[in-house]
Design a protein around this ligand. Structure first.
Ligand code: NAD
Ligand code: DAU
Length: 345
C-alpha cells in the first residue's frame, strides 16, 4: 500500500511524511516541486527507509501526476502542496492562484480518473484529503470561534486561493463522488518551519540580536497547534473521517502576536541570560495589508467524532521548538541560506 503526500518536503507535509514512514505501515510517495519552501533536508531523518519514495513533480503537471497515480496506485492522497505564506501572496499572488487553485484542480482531476477505474474494496477505501486553513473563514471579532459551518470570507490572496481550492475539493465529491475529506487548521508551529513565518523569525532574530518585527500593534490573535498534533489529526481523518465532511483542527491556544513574541523572548532570556532582556529587540513595524484581527477554532467535532486530541500544550511546545532551532542551525542554513542572510544579516 502506498499513500501520496503532496507538499511533503514542506513544514507540515514533512512532519506527516516522517511520522507515516516511522510507523512503517505503508509506503509514502512524497510529491513536491521543491519550491523555496520545500527541502529534502526536512526528509533526511527518513530518507533511508524502504518506505520512503520521492518525486519532484509540480502538482499542476497533469501528465506527471497522472503517471504517478498509474505507477504507485495509492490508497490515499494527503494533499498539502500549496503556496502558504500570506505576505508573499500580497507581493506576488500569481503563484498562489496557480498552485493552490490549478494545482488542486489537477490533483482532483487525476485522482478522479484513477479512482473511477478502481473496483471493489480498493475503490471503497480510497480517500483524498484536502488540507486547508482556518484563514478561509476570514476574521473574527473578540468573540466566537470558526466551526465547520462558518461562512467562507477570505481576505488575502492566499486565503482566497485556499478557499477556492476547498470549494473545488467539495465539488469533486458532490458532483463526481470522489471520496474527499477537508480539514481546516489553525496556525502550526514546531520544527522544520521555513524561517519566514513568525516563530522562526523571532527565534532566529533573537539569536542574532536582531530586531523582532511585530506587525501593527501586535494585537492580532492566532490559535496555535504543534505541527505533529496536526499530522496526527490528518491521519485520523483519513482513517475514520466521514467522506464529504469537513473537520476543524486547532490548539485551543489563542494568543496575541505580541504575547507569542514575549514568550519566545522569555525562553531565550533563560538560555542566553547575558543577552536578556530580548524584549528590547521588539519593534512595531508597518502592518500587513488586510491583516485579519483574530482566528480561533472550535475543534470539538474532530475530538468528539474521531477521538483526536492534541498531545502538547503551547508552553511545552514553544520550549521544544526553540530547542529544535538552536540544535538545527545547519538545517536553517541549508534550507534558507539566501533568505536568512537577507533577514538575519
Ligand atoms: P510550506 O510552505 O512549508 O510547504 C509547502 C510545500 O509545497 C513545499 O514543500 C513546496 O515545495 C510544495 N509546493 C509548493 N508549490 C508546489 C507545486 N506547484 N507542486 C508541488 N509542490 C509544491 O507549507 P505548510 O505550512 O507546510 O502548509 C502545508 C499545507 O497546510 C498548505 O496547504 C497550507 O495551506 C496548509 N495549512 C498550513 C498551516 C500553517 O500554519 N502552516 C495551517 C493550516 C493549513
Ligand atoms: O491560520 C493558519 C495559517 O497560519 C496558514 O494557513 C498559513 O499557511 C500560515 O502561514 C499561517 O499564516 P499567518 O499569516 O497567521 O502566519 P505568519 O507566521 O506569517 O504570521 C503569524 C502572525 O504574526 C500574523 O498575524 C502576522 C504576524 N507577523 C508575522 C511575521 C512573519 C508579525 O507580526 N511579524 C512577522 O515578522
Amino acid at each position: 500500500m502506498t499513500v501520496f503526500v503532496t507538499g511533503g518536503a514542506g513544514f507540515i507535509g514533512s512532519a506527516l511524511a516522517r511520522d507515516l514512514i516511522d510507523q512503517g505501515k505503508e509506503d509514502v510517495l512524497i510529491i513536491d516541486k521543491l519550491t523555496y519552501a520545500g527541502s529534502l533536508e526536512s526528509l533526511k531523518p527518513v530518507s533511508n527507509s524502504p518506505h520512503y519514495h520521492f518525486s519532484q513533480t509540480d502538482i499542476c503537471d497533469r501528465d506527471g501526476i497522472g503517471a504517478l497515480f498509474t505507477k504507485y496506485k495509492p490508497s490515499a492522497v494527503y494533499h498539502l502542496a500549496a503556496e502558504s505564506h500570506v505576505d508573499r501572496s500580497i507581493d506576488g499572488p500569481a503563484d498562489f492562484v496557480q498552485t493552490n487553485l490549478v494545482g488542486t484542480f489537477t490533483m482532483l482531476d487525476a485522482a478522479y480518473h484513477y479512482w473511477r477505474a478502481l473496483e471493489g474494496a480498493t475503490k471503497e477505501s480510497f480517500r483524498f484529503l484536502h488540507v486547508s486553513t482556518d484563514e478561509v473563514y476570514g476574521e473574527l471579532g473578540p468573540e466566537g470561534l470558526f466551526s465547520e459551518t462558518s461562512p467562507y470570507d477570505p481576505n488575502s490572496p492566499y486565503s482566497a486561493s485556499k478557499a477556492g481550492s476547498d470549494h473545488l475539493a467539495r465539488a469533486w465529491h458532490r458532483t463526481y463522488g470522489l471520496p474527499v475529506l477537508v480539514t481546516n487548521c489553525s496556525n502550526n508551529y514546531g520544527p522544520y518551519q521555513f524561517p519566514e513565518k513568525l516563530l522562526p523569525v523571532i527565534i532566529l532574530n533573537c539569536l542574532k540580536s536582531k530586531e523582532l518585527p511585530v506587525y501593527g500593534k501586535g494585537e492580532n490573535i492566532r490559535d496555535w497547534l504543534y505541527v505533529e498534533d496536526h499530522a496526527a489529526a490528518l491521519q485520523q481523518v483519513v482513517a475514520s473521517g466521514e467522506i464529504g465532511e469537513t473537520y476543524m483542527i486547532g490548539g485551543r491556544a489563542e494568543r496575541t502576536n505580541i504575547d507569542m513574541v514575549r514568550s519566545i523572548c522569555k525562553i531565550m532570556d533563560k538560555k542566553f541570560p547575558e543577552k536578556a532582556p530580548h524584549e528590547d529587540l521588539i519593534r512595531f513595524v508597518t502592518d500587513r495589508p488586510g491583516h485579519d484581527a483574530r482566528y480561533a477554532v472550535d475543534c470539538s467535532k474532530i475530538e468528539a467524532e474521531l477521538g483526536w486530541s492534541q498531545s502538547l500544550d503551547l508552553e511545552t511546545g514553544l520550549e521544544k521548538t526553540v530547542d529544535w532551532y538552536l540544535e538545527n542551525l545547519d538545517w536553517v542554513k541549508a534550507v534558507a541560506a539566501d533568505y536568512t542572510q537577507e533577514r538575519l544579516g
